[in-house]
Design a protein around this ligand. Sequence first.
Ligand SMILES: Cc1ncc(COP(=O)(O)O)c(C=O)c1O
Length: 363
Amino acid sequence: MTSHLFYQTRDRRPLLERAEGIYIWDTSGKRYIDGSSGAMVSNIGHSNPNVLTAIRTQMDKSTFGYRLHFENEPAEKLAAKVAELSPKGHNKVFFVSGGSEAVESAVKLARQYAYIRGEDKRSKIISRLPSYHGATMGALALTAYEPLNAPFRAMTMEMPHIPAPTCYLDNDNLTDHDRGIKYADMLKDKIIQEGPENILGFIMEPVGGASTGALVAPDSYYARIREICDEFNILLIYDEVMTGVGRTGKFLACEHWNINPDIIATAKGFGAGYIPLGAMTAREEIVETILSSGGFQHGYTYAGNPIACSAGLAVINEIFKNDLMENTNVVGALLIKGLLKLKNKYPSLVMCAVKDYLLLLRW
Ligand SMILES: Cc1ncc(COP(=O)(O)O)c(C=O)c1O
């Protein structure tokens, strides 16, 4: 059958029929284990009856209320829940429909915050190399992956990068602690090199995703990065699009290191494959400063959609009701056991993955 769809390539894929739990069936009846939750999305499994019921119930009431005309209860309830589960001071939630939108919103919030405070020169956000922060032009400017950047370089602002903390590749005699500090201090050097007055913020994934495959830095890295951002008065943005909403055994991965970022972007597991949903949260002072200056000059038509927010609430309920974050720790430990066995057989294949998982779970 000819397809009139196109995405990245001409490659065809099996035709999806239905899905349940960890399984997906194609139209030929073949069953697949959704081992990666799609693109790290379906964190609570497919076709969860409680989420489906929440969506149906909301659909029978209302499917849309434009945010500039109406507030809606699911969006209010979900925002309250997210604020409750977020680090201290993250009392304000801005809903979006995906990860790129969440990152884009974080960038624009950071920029408007500087702009209204008269710090107009602050226009650069430092990111890590390699990194993936999304597909839209603003998020792409932060993404550091040559094949994705090259065609669009002439149209995007060149943002500064520092190396991702790939300590497992280092051949030195440093302790893990010192390696963490070494990589974090690269941020300080970069800020000084670019001129602190030109820097808006630093964006990082607490656990590397698409570009660095579960990369976890030594503990010392996280605290030192926070310290450097404070020292130079630049905003620390955590891209938790992949790691957020329970994926790493905490609601947000920043909790593993007790870090309170200034802005946090989430998506993927938030809608968990049931609905497009993401969020950006920020320290209340940042949001209030912008709101007091006349408002955030940014927004999306589908933001805070009542169906999406009902689904998001139901997803979070399921995570807590079924203790899925604790389960992440249990199956994570199992995974390590299996990986360690494989490591002996194929040392070059799984060495870094094992090390990163061990670091995350404090083994
Ligand atoms: C860390 C990170 N940020 C942002 C994005 C972009 O999210 P989306 O594809 O939902 O726009 C992704 C997607 O893989 C991601 O992994």
